[in-house]
Every structure is written in C-alpha cells, then in structure tokens.
Design a protein around this ligand. Structure first.
Ligand code: GDP
Ligand code: ZN
Length: 294
C-alpha cells in the first residue's frame, strides 16, 4: 500500500506518482473512478506490474465546471495556486480576473497574476500600472512575462515550485506558450494547433499534471484552460472579495449585500478609496447576476 498523486487519466487507466517521484500505471477500483488530476490516492501493487487505485483521499478543494447538461464536472483537485494569465495587449477585463480571484479565495488557494505578451507594450503602460495598483495587495505576485521572448519565465517557474497550480485565462493570452516555456519543450502545441490535440490522438487524455522543477505541478487540460468560475449564490460572491471581509461587520444590516442598503460599510470604503472602484463594480455585476438567476 502506498500514497500517490494522480498525474493523468486515459480512459480507465491512470498514471500516478508515488512519494519518491516514480510514475506508475494504475487501474482503479469502481469507488475511485472519479479520481482526477491532483487527487491524492491510496494505491496497492497487486503484482509487480499491476497497480490499482484503492481509494481517493479527502480533497482540499476541487475545480469544477458545469457541463452542457448542467452537471458539475470536476476538472482538477487539490490546487494550491491559481495563475491568472492576461495579455498586456489588447485590453484585459478585470471582471474575469475578479471571478478567478474569488474562485481562489473560496477554494483557499493562492493567486498570482501573469501579464504576458509584455514585449508588445512599454514599461510605463497606463493599463498595466492600473492593474498593478488594483491587485498588488490582493495576490501573491504580479509577474510580467513574454512567452515569445522568454522573459519572466524563471520567476514564474519559481512560483510553481512545490505546488499544484493551474493556468487560467481567456483563450489566446498565451497559456500554452507559457507552459511550453516552463517545460522547455514543445509538448503542447500553440494557437490553432491546440485544436488538433483536442481532436487527435490525445483525445482520451482529460488532464495532465506537468512536473516543473522536479516538484511543482501544472495541471493542464482543455477544460482547465477554458474554465470560468461560476458563483452558486450571493453568499459565494460576498465571500469571494477578500478585502471586503474586514469591513462587513460595520454594515448596518447583518445581511447587507452592499448594493442598495443604507449605511453600508463597503460603499463607504469605496468612497474612501480603501476598496477599489473596479472591484466594487465587478462585485455588483456578479451579485446581480446570481440574484437574477435565483
Ligand atoms: P492560450 O490560448 O492562452 O493557450 O494561448 P496560446 O499559447 O495558444 O497563444 C495564443 C497566441 O499568442 C499564439 O499565436 C502565440 O504565439 C501568441 N503568444 C503567446 N505568448 C506571446 C507573447 O509573449 N508575445 C506575443 N507577441 N505573442 C504571444
Ligand atoms: Zn454593506
């Protein structure tokens, strides 16, 4: 019996990595069929070349998406760090960044923002400065990269050391290019070619945890790359904006949603400048969206 982490799944066969870093092929018991990349699992070696996943250990968190049939599908488990990738140009929307940040907050993981394609802008770009101003205190790191020229990559590699991470962000911002740089090879095809991976011989690979620096893992799949968090209810939105939390106790109403209520501490702090206007605006968008859907 040994403990391992799920690295990849192909149909009913899994690749796991044991605590010595050795990768092994495993079958799976029916009760562990839901194992996903990042899962910690208990395995047994039935014979020398026939290993089996006996059980999935409790997850610290899981990243899920809603499929076309409104079912929740788990994409990856036990994520320590969400790397939010934006392109320095053309313009990025902070609304999406805020959704990913809320996802990190709700799942107790760290968040880092990567501003890629930086070679296309100059160092005192107004928008990038504005973004740094909004997020400096809300994330672990803001890293400026160019996957094209290769800068910022070592900094990003250091961030991923010893952690399970996912790279998320809009299509086209350079996630595959960054992963290729991190891996120093061309394992993942960039741009249009990534379509071929999804349709071609790799179709059965749901996700793969790439090893960085011998220890860190990037869990990547078409699903993870296009994943956009969805708030289930207003409570999740309210918990997802971490800088709001220290002030909510001063709202007049205990159930204040910080929208139209009088004597709302959040609105006062926006006026005082302690909460950024753009964060409050995206909060309003998200809270209105969930309230409409309920
Ligand atoms: P993904 O959809 O987020 O995985 O993005 P890709 O890695 O497929 O990149 C989308 C496009 O942006 C491709 O044409 C890449 O060559 C290009 N790209 C990626 N990183 C950079 C960069 O740092 N600078 C520039 N100029 N282009 C980049
Ligand atoms: Zn309030």
């Amino acid at each position: 019996m040994y403990l391992a982490q799920v690295i990849a799944r192909q149909g009913k066969t899994f690749i796991v990595e044991n605590e010595q870093g050795k990768q092994l092929n495993c079958h799976v018991r029916t009760n562990a069929l839901d194992a996903v990349c990042g899962d910690r699992v208990q395995c047994a070696a039935n014979t020398a070349d026939k290993h089996v996943i006996e059980k999935i250990l409790e997850r610290k968190n899981q990243i899920t998406r809603i499929d076309n049939f409104k079912r929740e599908k788990t994409l990856a488990a036990n994520i320590d760090h969400i790397i939010i990738v934006v392109a320095a140009t053309p313009t990025f929307t902070t609304t999406l960044i805020d959704k990913y940040l809320a996802c990190a907050q709700l799942n107790h993981c760290k968040a880092t923002i990567v501003i890629n394609k930086a070679e296309l802008i100059n160092s005192n770009d107004v928008e990038v400065n504005a973004l740094e101003n909004i997020y400096q205190e809300l994330v672990e790191n803001i890293i400026v990269t160019s996957a094209k020229l290769g800068y910022g990559i070592q900094t990003l590699r250091n961030v991923i050391a010893n952690e399970n991470t996912i790279l998320v962000g809009q299509s086209g911002v350079g996630k595959s290019s960054l992963i290729n740089r991190l891996l120093n090879n061309n394992l993942i095809k960039v741009g249009e070619l990534s379509e071929n991976i999804q349709q071609g011989k790799h179709t059965t690979t749901n996700a793969y945890a790439h090893t960085i620096n011998n220890s860190g893992k990037i869990i990547d799949s078409p699903g993870v790359r296009t994943f956009t968090p969805i708030f289930k209810n207003a409570h999740e939105v309210m918990q997802g904006y971490k800088e709001f939390l220290e002030y909510v106790q001063y709202c007049k109403f205990a159930d204040c949603q910080h929208v139209k209520e009088p004597n709302c501490a959040i609105k006062s702090e926006v006026e005082n400048g302690n909460i950024k206007q753009s964060r409050y605006n995206s909060y309003l968008e998200n809270i209105q969206e969930v309230n409409q859907n309920q």
